[in-house]
Design a protein around this ligand. Structure first.
Ligand code: TRP
Length: 348
């Protein structure tokens, strides 16, 4: 995405964010995650916290477990059940409330998936090949460019447009997909008649949580603190992380990646400023810093972990929540698909 279109998106995002505060009930929000592993504190501070806040403000919230996106860059659906139910338990434990928010899996909504056909006709090969996020993901996964990896941004447009979402909170990397979604909505409306509205991507406040090695926290880098870890496992993981030999703890993300990553993590979990934590630890060294961080993470996660265990133990309840979300999504998707077919003159 060019700098200019990023600026335009940011301006749009800020404008709508201000409107949400004034009139939250006017907006429908859709977001989702790929169930390729377990959620970690990077997801929590990067997106889930924000969703819960919008949900509680009164924005109509729909959360998607994007299971078809798992097979964009891998050849198996191994562990999918485990990841989907754990994701659901994590959402609920973090405050996503099924009384307010619908949670569904897009493989369970046939009409949503059928939108892929008319939508694919609205994009060119060149546009698909130009998407920078697809290129990055292809490189990162080492997978060849499958038909689905190339076209999944169009499928993501189906996720967003089937329910006519107004807003989609996303990180910067997802903005090209929102652009593509807006383009598809525009082209469809111009060709056949107005069915879709153009959604706005809301750039989250960009809390990027560093992983234990100072790189971005990601399950594929093996540097993530998953919500599901026990307090002991968390302590071990933090103990193994790299700090440095300078005993005087200072916050310097450029020069002291490991030390600063721990300070940032401790700061997020305790609600304190990382600089103040550094001053508090002073020349206590890496050991004291790790002990401090472990304590901050574990106290923060303790209530979430307790809740997620309870939710996971009641599989019937989890299934019921997902079924309700799926039924809701199917109802809307059927309506939208009917509208699409009618607009295209394809009802017989
Ligand atoms: N591609 C998104 C990610 O990797 C997940 C996703 C799928 C999504 N469908 C979506 C996000 C629709 C927002 C809206 O994070």
């Amino acid at each position: 995405m060019s700098e200019k279109s990023f600026e335009t998106n940011l301006a749009k995002s800020n404008e709508v964010a201000a409107e949400i505060d004034k009139n939250p009930g006017k907006f429908r929000m859709l977001t989702g995650d790929r169930p390729t592993g377990y959620l970690h504190i990077g997801h929590y501070f990067g997106s889930i916290m924000n969703r819960v806040e919008l949900q509680n403000k009164g924005v109509e919230t729909i959360v998607l477990i994007a299971d078809y996106q798992v097979i964009t860059d891998r050849d198996s659906t191994e562990n999918i059940q485990e990841y989907v139910y754990n994701m659901l338990a994590d959402y609920l434990a973090c405050g996503i409330d099924p009384k307010k928010t619908k949670i569904f899996a897009h493989s369970a909504v046939p009409a949503l998936n059928q939108l892929m056909l008319p939508f694919l006709s609205c994009v060119s090969e060149a546009e698909l090949l130009r998407n920078p996020t697809v290129k990055t993901e292809m490189k990162a996964s080492g997978h060849e460019l499958t038909g689905l990896l190339l076209t999944y941004p169009v499928h993501q447009a189906c996720d967003i447009l089937f329910c006519k979402a107004d807003i989609v909170p996303v990180g910067k990397d997802q903005m090209p997909h929102i652009e593509q979604t807006r383009l598809i909505a525009r082209r469809f409306n111009n060709r056949y008649g107005k069915v879709f509205k153009e959604p706005v991507g809301i750039l989250s406040k960009a809390i990027e949580v560093p992983g234990l090695d100072g790189r971005k926290m990601s399950k594929s880098y093996n540097n993530a603190i998953s919500l599901r870890l026990s307090a002991d496992e968390t302590a071990k993981l933090i103990k193994k992380s790299q700090t440095d030999s300078d005993r005087n703890i200072t916050f310097d993300p450029k020069k002291r990646k490991g030390v600063s990553a721990l300070l940032t993590t401790a700061g997020l979990c305790s609600g304190k400023d990382p600089q103040d934590i550094a001053a508090e630890i002073g020349d206590g060294g890496g050991g004291a810093l790790k002990a401090y961080t472990t304590e901050a993470v574990n106290s923060f996660l303790a209530p979430i972990r307790e809740k997620r265990e309870k939710f996971l133990a009641d599989k019937a309840q989890l299934k019921a929540i997902l079924e309700e979300g799926n039924a809701f999504a199917n109802e809307i998707a059927n309506e939208t698909l009917n509208e699409v077919r009618k607009t295209m003159g394809m009802t017989y």
